[in-house]
Design a protein around this ligand. Structure first.
Ligand code: DGY
Length: 318
């Protein structure tokens, strides 16, 4: 029996790839590839499946180069790098990795939230720079989570996991969703997006990036938020209008921002966001734990192997 051919434009550590090599002929590009390697380009026309990262755009042009493709398996829960319609038109199944990264991403969301709330970047930078004078009753005052209100925009798996953690810190939880959902944690209140923006001390974004959510947090949304409020984004950068965010922060219309995702990504070191004292920026590390990344690779491999066999994907995108 001929083995399926699977292309991995950006290869993964060998330990994670073992089950793939056992079941298929694999053509993998370098782990740090910024574009398709020659070997990957040459293999696409005969590829049965492709295992992608969120940095790989899978559009009609990409799919046209791989006419035999049966499955695109994204090693991410987000699939905004993939043209789902173009895949559907060609009968190409699409898989992703929901669930396994929920806790890691929710943990990182809390780390960023706490860091911004307690002004850790400014405080630690001041300490390192010799601006740590005698203990002061008014030095580096921040937001206490107990009793503060957290607004979850997009109460899916990750949003709910964040709400659970924040409730344990004593936060009141609001959430906004495009359809009615039961309380995501006891006493959580479902409200409209506008009401959430106006009432929350911290707004945390957990919606996928789609045409409906691109630029959702624009100047007008930021304008509704309290001038002391914090914005946390561990979802996707383009959900927030970056220029509007820089403006709101620079003019004191917003208390701070904690971002694991930005637009653009990577955010160049010269970007004005880095110069603002009330901003914490991480380089898209929400799922970056040893356990979670290994699990994501495993789910992505299960998906691609099912897809090349013509079987239903264990984690298909709806
Ligand atoms: C995802 O899975 O969509 C994250 O952004 C990366 O883990």
């Amino acid at each position: 029996m001929t083995r399926p051919r699977i292309v991995v434009p950006r290869g993964l550590p060998e330990a994670w790839m073992t089950p793939l090599h056992a079941a298929a002929d694999v053509v993998a590009g370098p782990q740090d590839a910024v574009s398709l390697s020659r070997a990957v380009e040459a293999a696409l026309p005969s590829a049965d499946g492709v295992l992608t990262l969120l940095t790989q755009k899978v559009d009609a042009a990409f799919l046209d180069r791989a006419p035999r493709l049966r499955v695109v398996s994204n090693m991410a829960v987000g699939v905004d790098n993939i043209d789902l319609e173009a895949c559907a038109q060609r009968g190409v199944a699409v898989g992703h990795t929901p669930g396994v990264l929920t806790d890691a991403t929710a943990d990182l969301t809390m780390a960023l939230l706490l860091s911004a709330a307690r002004r850790l970047p400014a405080a630690t930078a001041d300490a390192a720079a010799g601006r740590w004078g005698p203990w002061s009753p008014t030095g580096w005052l921040g937001l206490e989570l107990g009793g503060a209100t957290l607004g979850i925009v997009g109460p899916g798996k990750i949003g709910t996991a964040v709400a659970r953690r924040a409730a344990a810190f004593g936060m009141e939880i609001l959430y906004a969703h495009h359809r009615a959902v039961p309380p995501i944690v006891p006493d959580a209140q479902g409200v409209s997006l506008n009401a959430l923006l106006e009432r929350a001390d911290v707004v945390s974004l957990h919606v996928p990036l789609t045409e409906a959510t691109r630029g959702l947090i624009d100047a007008s949304a930021l304008g509704r938020m309290k001038s002391t409020a914090l914005l946390v984004n561990t979802a996707r950068g383009p959900i927030v209008d970056t220029d509007a965010l820089v403006q709101a922060l620079g003019q004191g219309e917003l208390g701070g921002a904690a971002l694991d995702v930005t637009d653009p990504e990577p955010l160049p070191p010269s970007h004005p966001l880095y110069a603002l004292p009330n901003v914490v920026i991480a380089p898209h590390i929400g799922s970056a734990t040893h356990r979670t990344r290994a699990r994501m690779a495993s789910v992505a491999i299960d998906n691609v192997l099912a897809g090349v066999r013509g079987a239903p994907l264990p984690h298909a995108v709806d």
